[in-house]
Design a binder for this molecule. Sequence first.
Ligand code: NAD
Length: 300
Amino acid sequence: MTTTVAFIGLGNMGGPMAANLVKAGYRVCAFDLSDSVLETAKSQGCDVANSAQDAVAEADYVISMLPAGKHVMGLYAEGDAPLFDSIKSSALVIDCSTIDADTARDVAAAGAEKGIGFVDAPVSGGVGGAQAGTLTFIVGGSDAQFEQAKPVLDAMGKNIFHAGDHGAGQIAKVCNNMLLSILMAGTCEAINMGVKNGLDPAVLSEIMKQSSGGNWALNVYNPYPGVMENAPASKGYQGGFQVDLMIKDLGLAMDVSQLSASPVPMGSAARSLFTFHKANGNGKLDFSSLMRFYQDNESN
Ligand code: NAD
């Protein structure tokens, strides 16, 4: 019997993720507030539902890929028609959005009250990883829920981790993205200084890549235009992971830091840098456009 997946939120990430589920043989029932993304989903083989309630009616799995915690809470557990009232108790809900851990735990508890399982499963790998089906999923939930989620996540990703109980996926995700923001800022800073001192950015990048400064940004996401053909830097910083979303994630990291009294001076500095960059009108650009912050400051 074909397994049915309801997919709610088919934006930059959710759209290609749902398409990979169709390719893997799942029946996907899609819903989004935007008609244009639903049209695309239809052309990729998804069935389109008129409401979130209709989408989940026969679902064995419900996956959501929404902007923030308020959307996730609003969808499943609040308002006139909370989705938990329409989901079969044998179904598993997998929320892949990046949201705060407390909301993830609260939504899981609201599901448990109705006998419905819920895991947080934020992703890493960006739009490219979503399209290629190579995302990393970081799951928070029980052992049994992780085992139930794994086959469907395998159809969209390459590395599926069980971080711990409910909320643990979100904590691991914000730790990772805080580190990513720091290493991207450091990489921009170093390349800018080298170029300002007469070095070729591609030569300097290769030297650092093979030396002790090597990191993910240098390996696959070089922020200097022209160094890496397929990186957002070589496409006017279009596509990829928006500065606005990185700032959201750094806000979540600051909340975790405050609640757990964990010092994050580097994360705080990175958050300030990205916030200045957004204030200069760059919120919709890919986050590696922070390179321009250094270059612009240099010319002032
Ligand atoms: P997006 O804005 O492209 O997509 C979000 C979609 O959710 C939109 O199509 C919107 O219409 C829909 N939506 C919002 N509220 C809804 C509701 N109540 N019911 C149905 N649909 C609703 O965002 P995205 O880039 O796909 O990111 C989604 C999540 O993934 C975010 O939490 C983000 O932080 C995370 N994420 C993004 C990336 C990336 O590279 N873009 C990488 C990792 C994680």
